[in-house]
Design a binder for this molecule. Structure first.
Ligand code: NAD
Ligand code: LMR
Length: 318
């Protein structure tokens, strides 16, 4: 159905330990709702997070409230994807209203949940979600996340290929936003420590920034990345559940309300805990290369415009 959503109870796969070595007893299970579960991302994402026999599905606006009651994590991949020639911002007119109405339902039914926004343009849909939550008086900036995990998955993959490293070992922080030049892989902060020539830096940075568009063009009108996004979203859900269960060592890059730059939202690597964002790894932005510093300055203007567009939309519609 058009507005299908799905709710799954998911047991986190880890049994987290505290420093003393004694085991934390995590809640027996957590509830995760996927709004837009019938879509290209939603279907494989539903499969990936269905770690428990209890999966309920709901269809249409009349069942949305029931879908959301008691949910710990809400994932929103509802909305239209790009076709060749479009920017993510070209999706604004349709997806802004979809995200607005779904987040209103989240605010009414599970205001304490972690909210993962996948619907594009993420640089604007996250600020829209924040405004909606503020209007409803339930905004918790530590629990609202723009999902940028796919940028990290891509950066790790391309760096591992280029440098002949094991993918599992590679971790590249990606900061900024989630569209074109606003996506900035901090290659100088790659772990394990790797050196890149100027040419490699330029090539890898552009490849990460353009990877979504590469997929859109290859699909030639049939949409954008779905399976890789479902994988990335499942990773971010799993990380959130581990954080909720008390794992003290969960880090992900995500687009959040932020004070690390003069912009109100910015993607950074953060430490996740029971209450959402526990801290931002601000060291990632310290001691960056000249190339990265320049790219950071350049991306801010575009990102600022997209954030302001989202905020204006949410307030105009009130
Ligand atoms: P899709 O068209 O295959 O699926 C979207 C689904 O959303 C459809 O099933 C549709 O019925 C549903 N939907 C629309 N309005 C709804 C509503 N009000 N309530 C519930 N469901 C609703 O698209 P897709 O390929 O799954 O992509 C979805 C979105 O994710 C797009 O906006 C795309 O740009 C974005 N995306 C983001 C990233 C990222 O990294 N953040 C990556 C890939 C795609
Ligand atoms: C992606 O990065 O693959 C998504 O944002 C979808 C898109 O439109 O590129």
């Amino acid at each position: 159905g058009r507005n299908a959503s799905l709710r799954a109870s998911v047991a986190p796969r880890i049994v987290p330990k505290v420093a003393s070595g004694s085991q934390i007893s995590p809640q027996a299970s957590y509830k995760v709702a996927v709004l837009g579960a019938a879509g290209g991302i939603g279907q494989p994402l539903g499969l990936l997070i269905k770690m428990s026999p209890l999966v309920l599905d709901f269809t249409g606006p009349s069942e949305l409230a029931n879908c959301l009651k008691g949910v710990d994590v809400v994932v929103i991949p509802a909305g239209v994807p790009r076709k060749p020639g479009m920017t993510r911002d070209d999706l604004f007119n349709i997806n802004a209203s979809i995200v607005k109405s779904l987040v209103e339902a989240v605010a009414d039914n599970c205001p304490d949940a972690f909210i993962h926004i996948i619907s594009n343009p993420v640089n604007s849909t996250v600020p829209i979600a924040a405004e909606v939550l503020k209007q409803k008086g339930v905004y918790n900036p530590k629990k609202l996340f723009g999902v940028t995990t796919l940028d990290v998955v891509r950066a790790n993959t391309f760096v591992a290929q280029k440098k002949n490293l094991k993918l599992i070992d590679v971790d590249v922080p990606v900061v900024g936003g989630h569209a074109g030049i606003t996506i900035l892989p901090l290659l100088s902060k790659t772990r394990p420590s790797v050196t890149f020539t100027g040419e490699e830096t330029e090539e890898l940075t552009k490849r990460v920034q353009n990877a979504g568009t590469e997929v859109v063009e290859a699909k030639a009108g049939a949409g954008s990345a779905t399976l890789s996004m479902a994988y990335a979203a499942a990773r971010f859900v799993e990380s959130s559940l581990r954080a909720l269960a008390g794992d003290p060592d969960v880090y992900e890059c995500t687009f959040i309300q932020s004070e690390v730059t003069d912009l109100p939202f910015f993607a950074s690597r953060v430490k996740l805990g029971k209450n959402g964002v526990e801290s931002v790894v601000s060291a990632d932005l310290e001691g960056v290369t000249e190339y990265e510093a320049k790219a950071l300055e350049v991306l801010k203007a575009e990102l600022k415009g997209s954030i302001e567009k989202g905020i204006a939309f949410a307030n105009k519609q009130q």
